[in-house]
Ligand binder design. Structure first.
Ligand code: 13P
Ligand code: SF4
Length: 301
């Protein structure tokens, strides 16, 4: 059986659009209708005509698609695929910090659960955070849950007073400054391209900092010939496809997101057959979580 062909037939029969993040395996990206970073995927989910979205990613991505498209069916390739950072703060902590300030905006990275979004003023992704936070009237910004992205943003907006939380991405946190220094020594001709979920030490060694799609764009347009990649290894698929004559090195051997790698071609086929793993959200929670996502899309324009 040719899985790719069978997936194509089932997709058409069930009126499904497949959305995939750059961190899933290359063979899964290849059968998707839309591949992109978190912002692109949340936007395209509102623009497609198919009645069902099959998400190859982690829970917060499918959840965001459902929050923004209550009338669509959203199904997950693997409903255990999750992002640990999405749960690294809770409602009580948010309320306790908010109570200390008269004027504070709760800015929530899209890598967060619907419950966290429901207690936030606006969502951001790594590609639009700078633009959105700089448009907010509040001086005080509670940035949750990612401490590294928050710290990076604070260096770009010295006029704002950032309050951080200690959330982090385990994959990016494990990209250490010593590893990057070693990679630079081994490949002195290469530019370092880093995701802002990396620590500020690592970012200080980077030539370019951006979201997954921004890293792919930068490397594709660059006249450079080789690059050290400080993000999850799934991006190598598009980097190499778009740049067959360029060389890409990873910083270490641990740049793999466990949740993202649960999305396999075999599971895509099985789920298109069973149409299981539907994302179900409580309507009150969905509406509360919709407001910050909608605000993100307005402010990102
Ligand atoms: P992007 O928005 O850059 O795709 O990042 C998503 C993510 O999960 C990074 O770890
Ligand atoms: Fe979450 Fe990190 Fe995986 Fe991104 S790479 S989904 S932040 S665990």
């Amino acid at each position: 059986m040719n899985l790719q062909e069978e997936i194509g037939k089932l997709k058409a029969k069930n009126d499904v659009a497949i959305l995939a993040h750059y961190y899933v395996d290359g063979e899964v990206q290849d059968i998707a209708d839309y591949v992109g970073d978190s912002y692109y995927l949340s936007k395209i989910a509102t623009e497609i005509s198919q009645k069902t979205i099959l998400f190859c990613g982690v829970k917060f991505m499918g959840e965001s698609a459902k929050i923004l498209n209550p009338e669509k069916r959203v199904i997950m390739v693997d409903d255990t695929a999750d992002c640990p950072m999405a749960h690294m703060i809770d409602e009580e902590t948010i309320q306790n910090i908010k109570a200390k300030y008269d004027d504070i905006a709760v800015v929530c990275y899209i890598n967060s659960s619907a419950e966290i979004k429901a207690h936030s003023d606006v969502c951001v992704t790594s590609s639009n955070a700078l633009k959105i936070v700089s448009k907010l009237p509040q001086k005080n910004i509670l940035f949750i849950p990612d401490n590294h992205l928050g710290t990076y943003l604070s260096t770009k907006m010295p006029n704002k007073n950032f309050v951080f939380h200690h959330g982090y991405c385990p994959v990016h946190q494990d990209i250490r400054m010593e590893d990057v220094k070693r990679a630079k020594q081994e490949h002195p001709e290469s530019e370092v391209l880093a995701h802002p979920e990396c620590s500020i030490d690592v970012l200080s060694l980077a030539h370019f900092i951006g979201s997954t799609s921004e890293i792919i764009d930068y490397a594709t347009k660059s006249e450079g010939h080789s690059f050290i990649i400080a993000t999850e290894d799934g991006v190598l698929h598009q980097l190499r496809n778009k740049n067959p004559n360029k060389i890409f090195y990873l910083v270490n051997e641990k740049q793999q997101c466990l949740g993202m790698k649960l999305n396999t071609l075999e599971k895509v086929y099985q789920i298109l057959n069973s149409m299981e793993n539907e994302m179900i959200l409580n309507e009150d929670l969905r509406q509360k979580a919709q407001a910050p996502l909608t605000k993100m899309h307005e402010l990102a324009k």
